[in-house]
Design a protein around this ligand. Structure first.
Ligand SMILES: Nc1nc2c(c(=O)[nH]1)N[C@H]1C(S)=C(S)[C@@H](COP(=O)(O)OP(=O)(O)OC[C@H]3O[C@@H](n4cnc5c(=O)[nH]c(N)nc54)[C@H](O)[C@@H]3O)O[C@H]1N2
Ligand SMILES: Nc1nc2c(c(=O)[nH]1)N[C@H]1C(S)=C(S)[C@@H](COP(=O)(O)OP(=O)(O)OC[C@H]3O[C@@H](n4cnc5c(=O)[nH]c(N)nc54)[C@H](O)[C@@H]3O)O[C@H]1N2
Ligand code: SF4
Ligand SMILES: [Mo]
Length: 701
């Protein structure tokens, strides 16, 4: 009976970037029902399957409930339950010992996809401890778009779905499945209902591609080739916004000359997109004023992500879509504490010079260590040795390129502590495992630092199991033990209060409001110019020489197939999971029980593979097994595999069969891009072979 429940309003988080306002019905400290809140500022009632299933993870019988200490070999699955005091004092002692012997930078702090405030508390801990090394997946997620944006136009240009657009261009973004950065798909559907056109750039005919006015099916890993060809058309046909190009861009003529070399006809064999389709896409994008370009994560998973992001910002700029309502905007943040202040950036003034990746001359403002370069530091001591790592909200064994190399790097470290809610393949490699409290179990702030001009309240709904603690609480306690206690807080709620103080709100007031949005202001450059060295949008990067990066967006190395590896491999996120997370939540597993690799029936015929057969997907770097799903939705010649698969139900393997079906078994950690240190996750030449054995032997949970 819904009537006898206590209904609490909060926001979803930790199943993706979060964003949906939820009404959560509770009885006796148990969540009984979840519904979308019709008053939610982004979702207006929408909720997805993951959101609905999210309470199940709190009560899963195999959830981590006590701190654990390793007693056998690393990865052997032998543990002893210990108390919190012992767990925290062991971590603090080992980190202090590493700092004493090898210096603070030999201790690393690792975060997965940021889930809430814990990400910023971890950076604060690293800064106060004195280590410049926060290792994170930003090289392939977020940083290429955000930091390239800051260098090119002074801000991170996000698609504005709060105002009407004539056209939404989804570029490597499938937001009905992923809700990227909380850009809630229902916002897009509202825009489409109110008449916006839709174009989709994707090697897969997704649900949205099907609805689109134009689907541009491109070969994975070739995004900048398509963007350069579109720029070519827009310049050659004079379709750009002349006023903006003349007054507000730097290097327009250089760009114009440069893109002359990329006619659609010459790019077609690379991108697989027919020249007339490229021309039509360019004309439609240029004609729509405003157009919102929702650029997704798919453009970031290659060493060329800098070129791809640069080319797309040039498109936004010359068509007059930057910082206009319904275009790609510099979102104004609400008046909460600035990130730099919260993480105490002032305490580590030399961080930029000291970080592992500084050695490689990556792009300025990349403040997290790319995993590929971190692993080199661990294994080869380049540029210096790293000995210990604290890992939270992350599963590098599955999520970093080159899983076998990641395992070796973890084996090489002297000390590893992991905070998670479940025993993952990564947690299984730790010396100490901490049981985290999670979504619904503590007060948190969502969307802080995401650059969308919004923060969301995530008030606590139920109490965590007695021995589970939030990451914020754990880090606060570690901070007190490893750094000057006076830099820490009474409790995590005091941290949240500090963040909200400039807004003049208590957490309770904030929770009452639900969300805080910055004021909507546009064309801010008219008053103060763009925040770049030239004050303009730098189509030609004025500091390129200083950064040792190309001044104009280029092709970089395009994927090259050959007889051995004739197909191109890529992935899309599974709508029912978050990366490698939650395969153990039955309600989700039933919806997506096996790792599926999708390819065209023509490809199946060519390689002698039938639907539902087990396939070995092979690249020059390695192989993994998934179940074939033949579908005309995927372009012929493209292999769309699932990412993040392991098998928590595997009874005899403490590492959950991490090496059977994980996509990163077949990605390499070299070469990496100069700007972001990113490896190749998309557009990898590959081959397919039928395999006799089933990928998840009994297929049962
Ligand atoms: N090949 C390939 N590799 C990729 C990608 C790809 O598309 N292809 N995508 C990349 C991208 S975009 C990203 S962001 C990364 C993601 O990389 P990760 O963030 O490492 O990925 P997850 O597998 O989601 O790991 C998150 C872990 O956090 C745990 N967790 C959940 N809630 C909590 C909590 O409240 N506290 C704690 N302590 N733990 C919690 C989960 O149980 C899970 O084990 O992967 C990247 N890797
Ligand atoms: N359900 C779910 N939601 C998630 C996540 C999750 O794991 N699961 N992860 C979260 C995170 S951390 C992130 S970064 C976002 C990512 O969310 P998105 O930005 O949507 O990224 P993907 O799902 O990786 O890919 C989006 C689309 O790009 C297509 N694609 C594949 N390769 C290429 C290519 O080379 N070029 C182009 N143009 N398209 C290509 C895929 O077919 C897919 O339809 O999602 C977040 N939300
Ligand atoms: S779309 Fe994301 S924020 Fe919304 S309910 Fe689903 S998992 Fe939660
Ligand atoms: Mo991501």
């Amino acid at each position: 009976m819904a009537e006898d429940l206590d209904w609490i309003r909060t926001h979803c988080g930790r199943m993706d970037h979060g964003g949906c306002a939820l009404k959560v019905g509770v009885r006796n400290n148990r969540i009984v029902r979840v519904t979308g809140d019709p008053e939610g500022c982004l979702n207006r009632g929408y909720v997805c399957a993951k959101g609905l299933a999210s309470p199940d993870k709190l009560i899963h019988p195999r959830r981590l409930r006590h701190p654990l200490m390793r007693v056998g070999e690393r990865g052997a699955g032998q543990w002893e339950s210990i108390g919190w005091d012992q767990a925290l004092s062991t971590i603090a002692a080992r980190f202090l010992e590493i700092r004493k012997t090898h210096g603070a930078r030999a201790a690393a702090f690792c975060q997965g996809m940021p889930k809430g405030m814990e990400h910023f508390v971890l950076i604060r801990l690293a800064n106060l401890f004195g280590s410049p090394n926060v290792v994170a997946v930003q090289d392939v997620c977020h940083a290429p778009r955000e930091i390239t944006g800051r260098h090119t136009c002074g801000f991170y240009p996000v698609a504005d779905f709060h105002h009407s657009s004539q056209l939404a261009l989804l570029w490597g973004s499938n937001i009905v499945a992923t809700n990227e950065e909380g850009v809630i798909c229902s916002q897009l559907t509202r825009a489409l209902r109110s008449g916006a056109d839709l174009m989709v750039v994707d090697p897969c005919r997704t649900e949205l591609a099907e609805r689109a006015d134009l689907w541009i099916p491109l070969r994975p890993g070739t995004d900048q080739a398509l963007a350069l060809a579109m720029l070519h058309v827009i310049v050659a046909e004079g379709l750009f916004d002349e006023d903006f190009a003349t007054n507000w861009t730097w290097g327009f003529d250089d760009l114009a000359r440069h893109v002359a070399a990329f006619p659609p006809e010459e790019m077609a064999p690379i991108t697989g997109v027919a020249a007339d389709v490229t021309r039509e896409a360019a004309r439609r994008y240029a004609a729509a004023r405003p157009a919102a370009l929702q650029w997704g994560n798919a453009i970031e998973g290659t060493p060329n992500n800098f070129h791809a992001a640069r080319a797309l910002i040039c498109l936004m700029a010359i068509c007059g879509n930057l910082d206009v309502p319904g275009g790609n905007i510099a979102a104004v943040e609400p008046p909460v504490m600035g990130l730099g202040e919260f993480v105490r950036a002032d305490r580590l003034p030399d961080k930029r010079k000291e970080m592992i990746h500084a050695h490689y001359g990556t792009i300025p403002q990349l403040m997290t260590v790319p995993p590929a370069l971190f692993k080199r530091a661990v294994r080869e001591e380049v540029p210096y040795p790293v000995k210990g790592m604290y890992i939270q909200c992350a599963n590098p064994m599955l999520s970093w390129a080159d899983s076998p190399g990641t395992r070796t790097a973890l084996e090489t470290l002297d000390f590893i502590a992991v905070s998670d809610i479940f025993m993952t393949p990564t947690a299984a490699m730790a010396d100490i495992v901490l049981p985290a409290a999670t979504q619904f179990e503590f007060n948190d702030i969502g969307h802080y630092g995401l650059g969308h001009g919004i923060v969301l309240a995530r008030p606590k709904v139920v109490a965590p199991p007695p021995d589970c603690r939030s990451d914020m609480a754990i880090l606060n306690e570690l901070g007190r033990r490893m750094t000057d206690p006076s830099d820490w807080f009474e409790d995590p709620d005091e941290m949240l209060a500090a963040v909200l103080k400039p807004a003049g709100l208590s957490f309770r007031d904030f929770a009452e409001k639900g969300c805080l949005q910055g004021s909507a202001r546009f064309r801010k450059y008219r008053d103060r110019g763009f925040r770049t060295p030239t004050g303009k949008v730098e189509l030609r990067l004025s500091r390129a020489e200083k950064f040792n990066l190309p001044p104009l967006p280029d092709l970089g190395d395009m994927p090259r197939c050959d007889d051995r590896y004739p197909l191109l491999l890529t992935s899309a996120k599974d709508p029912h999971y978050l990366h490698s997370s939650y395969r153990w939540v039955d309600r989700l597993r039933r919806k997506s029980p096996h790792p599926l690799v999708r390819f065209h029936p023509d490809t199946g015929r060519r390689f002698g593979i039938r639907d539902e057969e087990t396939v070995s997907i092979e690249t020059a770097a390695g192989r993994f097994l998934q179940t074939a799903r033949l579908t005309t939705r995927v372009l012929p010649g493209v292999v769309l595999a699932a990412h993040g698969w392991w098998f928590p139900e595997e009874p005899d393997d403490p590492l959950g069969a991490w090496d059977r079906s994980g996509y990163n078994m077949a990605t390499a950690a070299t070469p990496v891009g100069k700007a972001f240190g990113a490896p190749t996750l998309r557009g990898i030449p590959c081959n397919l072979r039928p395999e006799i054995q089933k990928p998840d032997a009994d297929g049962e949970k």
